[in-house]
Design a protein around this ligand. Structure first.
Ligand SMILES: NC(=O)c1ccc[n+]([C@@H]2O[C@H](COP(=O)([O-])OP(=O)(O)OC[C@H]3O[C@@H](n4cnc5c(N)ncnc54)[C@H](OP(=O)(O)O)[C@@H]3O)[C@@H](O)[C@H]2O)c1
Length: 263
């Protein structure tokens, strides 16, 4: 199947590690022109070098961008559009919000999670949509969490903010379908990244058990008996954001090895 990704202009936010890095790698493998963004320049440099080496695609670059900073978002989209003349594909992603329960969270925690996990998607989308409208074509995939289908223990910030991504994606699919701009949300179940290691450490110290035990117990809950790998997640994103996807929009997909039982 041709994914029609050669020379397409792609932005992947939070692209230096974990899911974002895997997504950027798969786009590069398909011949796209990829801009990744996150906060740590050294990680970004290493990731760009590694993606170039792995995919033999030289059209990969980075910009330092904290997605909580609206000016940095503008600079990121300007860099991609100056480089390629447009933005064809946006993958909205960000770091995860802190773990914790409702009474652990003060106003500043809620503002932080809103800015990081919802407002950043809104701001970045606002910058790219004019390019997509102009060319009457575009794909946006918003990375959420399985908490869009089933709330997660001890993650009240995620359980509250991520469903907003679904509402945003659905609204945009209605407003922008006529411009041939397709928007979907994808929630990872448990995909083996640093984020999962951090959450497992948190759970281990809460429950007084080892991190290995937390992992084994979690894997036993997955019908496929294992965590997912970032590349497995990335392939779903790349298909949804590709020219091969011409009619799936406004949907929420969970990539979780069968973990979530909700319909
Ligand atoms: N992995 C899973 O199974 C899973 C499950 C549910 C939800 N999620 C969600 O999916 C998203 C990605 O997760 P992951 O597993 O890939 O996490 P990860 O491995 O910890 O990577 C997080 C990435 O986000 C970047 N980042 C963090 N804060 C940022 C900011 N303010 N501005 C720009 N970039 C920022 C990090 O780079 P810098 O720190 O250098 O900025 C890094 O590149 C998170 O929101 C996570 O909560 C993941």
């Amino acid at each position: 199947m041709d994914l029609f990704l050669k020379n397409k202009s792609v932005i992947v936010t939070a692209g230096s590690k974990g899911l974002g890095r895997a997504i950027a790698t798969e786009f590069a493998r398909e011949g796209a022109t990829v801009l990744i963004a996150s906060r740590d320049e050294k990680n970004l440099q290493e990731t760009v070098a590694s993606i170039k080496k792995e995919t033999a695609n030289e059209n990969v670059t980075y910009i330092v961008c904290d997605v909580k900073d609206p000016d940095a978002i503008k600079a990121m989209v300007k860099k991609a559009s100056d480089w390629n003349g447009t933005v064809d594909i946006l993958i909205n992603n960000a770091g995860g919000p802190p773990a914790g329960k409702f009474l652990d969270m003060a106003d500043e925690d809620w503002y932080h999670a809103f800015e990081l996990n919802l407002l950043s998607f809104i701001r970045t989308t606002r910058e790219v949509v004019p390019f997509m409208k102009k060319q009457q074509r575009g794909h946006i995939v918003n990375i959420a969490s399985s908490s869009i289908k089933q709330s997660l223990d001890n993650l009240v910030l995620s359980n509250t903010m991520r469903p907003g991504i679904v509402g945003l994606s659905k609204s945009l699919s209605q407003e922008l379908g006529g411009d041939n701009i397709l928007i979907n949300a994808v929630g990872p179940g448990t995909i083996e990244t640093d984020r999962i290691s951090e959450l497992n450490q948190h759970r281990a110290s809460e429950q007084g058990i080892s991190v290995e035990e937390v992992k084994t117990k979690a894997e036993q809950l997955v019908p496929m008996n294992r965590y997912g790998q970032p590349a497995e997640f990335a392939k779903a994103i790349v298909f949804l954001a590709s020219g091969a996807n011409t009619y799936i929009t406004g949907q929420s997909l969970i990539v979780d090895g069968g973990l979530i039982k909700a319909l």
